[in-house]
Design a protein around this ligand. Structure first.
Ligand code: AMP
Length: 288
């Protein structure tokens, strides 16, 4: 595995690979790798010839007072794990390599960026869309792998790639969880022992929401209230939001119908964790 730190080096390596007709797979990350990241890398390994993973803690997507400086980092360990997962090129640019000049151009995606994470973190998705657009421009034609764990981010990236005609197939990959249901996240390292024990309540609440919809609940307010009640019953949990939306538009249909996503953001101490699950409401049968 090669470790590269500049845009020029990465472009030159990938130009050579593509000239030899080899396909490229890209896995953007912020590092502190876990099995969720590695599942994306393994899928890229299985589906493309040259696997590029990036590690870049992107300042543009952090707001004032968020955890940019505290974000966990361990490049040596990350390099070993990425190598073992089959990554060929690990791109680890410094902030100066990624943003050599003050950033005057940003990419923002309307609608899908606005509710939920977009409302809680106002400049977050413009930061994400901008860095991902840069990575797509640097890496060129490729398949790019993103986790459903960050479901709204996946929707923003898909929309951005389509709207701007990037020659990139955006591939969504399932969320990898601990045995007790907690979605793997680099930010789980912030959890104190008792918070770690409490954290699976988020997935439990989302599953209960899905069960209620499958049992016939069609009122979004009732589903929202159920999620909130379960999460708020956990003393260490501080609910940020719990919602049910249409999985494509991110608007809430009432009554609930179609392909839905239940999403929640919850704080445990200094960790702010997000998670989501999907459920499809069967179309009503005609006649009878
Ligand atoms: P991050 O390093 O948190 O920016 O995540 C990099 C990529 O890994 C994103 O596409 C995430 O959605 C994905 N990812 C993070 N956690 C998980 C997980 N538990 N399961 C699957 N993918 C994940």
């Amino acid at each position: 595995m090669r470790i590269l730190g500049t845009i020029a080096e990465l472009r030159s390596v990938l130009d050579t690979e593509r000239a030899a007709d080899r396909t490229v797979g890209l896995v953007p990350t912020m590092g502190y790798l876990h099995d969720g990241h590695l599942s994306l890398m393994r899928q890229a390994r299985a589906e493309t010839d040259v696997v590029v993973a990036s590690i870049f803690v992107n300042p543009l997507q952090f707001g004032a007072g968020e955890d940019l400086d505290a974000y966990p980092r361990d490049l040596d360990r990350d390099a070993r794990l990425a190598d073992a997962a089959g990554v060929d090129v690990l791109f680890v640019p410094g902030t100066g390599a990624m943003y050599p000049a003050p950033v005057l151009t940003t990419v923002s995606v309307a609608q899908v960026s606005e509710p939920l994470e977009g409302a809680a973190r106002p400049h977050h998705f413009a930061g994400v869309a901008t860095v991902v657009a840069k990575l797509f421009a640097i890496v060129g034609p490729c398949r790019a792998y993103f986790g459903e764990k960050d479901f709204q981010q996946l929707a923003v990236v898909r929309r951005m790639a389509g709207d701007l005609s990037f020659p990139v197939d955006v591939v969504g990959c399932p969320t990898v969880r601990e045995l007790d249901g907690l979605a793997l996240s680099s930010r789980n390292s912030y959890l104190a022992a008792e918070e770690r024990e409490a954290a699976p309540v988020v997935y439990r609440a989302l599953r209960a929401g899905v069960a209620s919809i499958l049992a016939g609940e069609r009122d979004p307010a009732a589903v929202r209230a159920l999620l909130a009640a379960i999460i708020e019953a956990e003393p260490l949990a501080q609910l940020d939001y719990a919602e049910v939306v249409d999985a494509d538009s991110f608007r809430t249909p009432a009554p609930l119908a179609g392909n839905l996503r239940l999403l929640a953001a919850v704080r445990f101490g200094r960790a702010r964790l997000i998670d989501n699950v999907g459920v499809t409401v069967p179309a009503p049968t005609q006649g009878g």
